[in-house]
Every structure is written in structure tokens, then in C-alpha cells.
Design a protein. Structure first.
Length: 215
């Protein structure tokens, strides 16, 4: 950890003299330091390093739009770190920024991209509604959410293509289940006022899924 602090300080010194020779190197050095601090139980210091890395990624994206993709990934990834130790508002702001940055990405990239940018956008949108789709306490698993998320994890010996398509199929099946539940709910005006929140939540989930269904 002491060595990594020294590396980060060297990058800061170079940036202070009018430009860092490798912004990517600086970002990864910050990530390493954040990990070491977290492992040492210094959560607050680790999160502060994460904030610095986000600021650096923003500057890189402002200077060159080709770095937008990195900014999106960084924002979306670091948001979960702020949610766990009790900073849900900051986590939500980071995720909102990631989604807004997605809108600035081109819809398609070259053939070597394989739809990666669209997948990043889909993941960010999906995560924005993930917390209220989780079962908690005595609440049953919500409609349209697979009961065993482990089934959608990559498995050794199974091709990545098979895994990718299985996730896509589960996503579409969940949307069909949600739409079916909305149809069964019928006219909202006939429902008891205490039940109005359920079809509203289902409609929102369906809209989110529809917005990323092309992935």
C-alpha cells in the first residue's frame, strides 16, 4: 500500500506540472490504491480515491469523446461501492451520470466491438431498477425476475455465446411475464387504491426492459 501511494503521488506530481503522460496509467494506479485501502479496512480513504478516479475519467472524456466509454464503465462500476457502505444517494447520482453518458455514445461501433457499447447501456439501465426488483424479507421474488440469478452466470466449459443468449432469453421471458401480469391487472380504475402501486411498478419495469430489449 505504501508503494502504491508513492506511485499515485508521482502521477499527481506529473499532472501538476502540466499534463500526465499516461492518464490511463494514473487511473489504474488509483484503482489499485483504492483496492489496497479497502482491503486494509480504510473504507473512507478508499472511496475518496475512487472519487479522484471518477474526476480524472471525466476530464479524459471531456478532452476526447473516445474516453466516454471508459467513463460510463467506471461510473457504473464504482456506484456499487458507494451503495454498500451507506452512500446510496451518491451511488444513485453516479449511476444517473453513467446512464446520461450512455446517451452520448454512438449507437454502433466497428465490427470488432460486438455491440459492447449497447451492452454497457443495457446493464446501466437494468441496474437502475435492480434494487426494487430484489426479494427482501418476506417479500416474494418480483414478477419477471428469475428465482436463481446464479443460473445466468458464466459456467466453465459452457461457451460464452451460449451464456450470452441465455441471459437474453431470460430477459425477454421476464418482460413477457411482466406484460402478462399487467394484462391480468385490467383497468386500474377498478383496482383498490392500495393496489395501484403494483401495476405502476410493473409498467415502469416493462418500460425499462423495452428500452433495452434490442440488446
Amino acid at each position: 500500500m505504501a508503494v502504491q501511494r508513492e506511485v499515485v503521488d508521482m502521477y499527481r506530481a506529473m499532472e501538476g506540472r502540466g499534463g500526465c503522460p499516461s492518464s490511463y496509467g494514473f487511473v489504474w494506479a488509483l484503482l489499485d490504491l483504492a483496492i489496497y485501502l479497502d482491503l486494509a479496512g480504510q473504507t473512507d480513504a478508499s472511496l475518496e480515491v475512487d472519487r479522484e478516479a471518477v474526476r480524472l475519467n471525466r476530464r479524459m472524456a471531456e478532452a476526447d469523446s473516445r474516453h466516454l466509454e471508459g467513463l460510463v464503465i467506471w461510473l457504473a462500476g464504482v456506484s456499487t461501492r458507494f451503495a454498500d457502505p451507506g452512500h446510496p444517494r451518491e451511488a444513485g447520482e453516479l449511476l444517473d451520470e453513467a446512464i446520461a453518458a450512455c446517451d452520448l455514445l454512438p449507437p454502433e461501433d466497428d465490427l470488432g466491438n460486438f455491440g459492447f457499447r449497447q451492452a454497457v447501456q443495457a446493464a446501466s439501465f437494468a441496474r437502475s431498477g435492480a434494487r426494487d426488483e430484489r426479494a427482501s424479507g418476506e417479500r416474494t421474488t418480483p414478477i419477471g425476475v428469475g428465482p436463481d440469478p446464479r443460473a445466468l452466470q458464466p459456467v466453465l466449459g459452457v461457451s460464452f455465446d451460449w451464456w450470452a443468449f441465455s441471459v437474453r432469453q431470460a430477459y425477454r421471458a421476464g418482460r413477457e411475464a411482466i406484460d402478462g401480469a399487467i394484462s391480468l391487472a385490467g383497468d386500474a380504475s377498478e383496482l383498490d387504491p392500495t393496489q395501484l402501486a403494483e401495476p405502476g411498478t410493473l409498467l415502469r419495469r416493462s418500460t425499462i426492459r423495452e428500452s433495452v430489449a434490442f440488446d
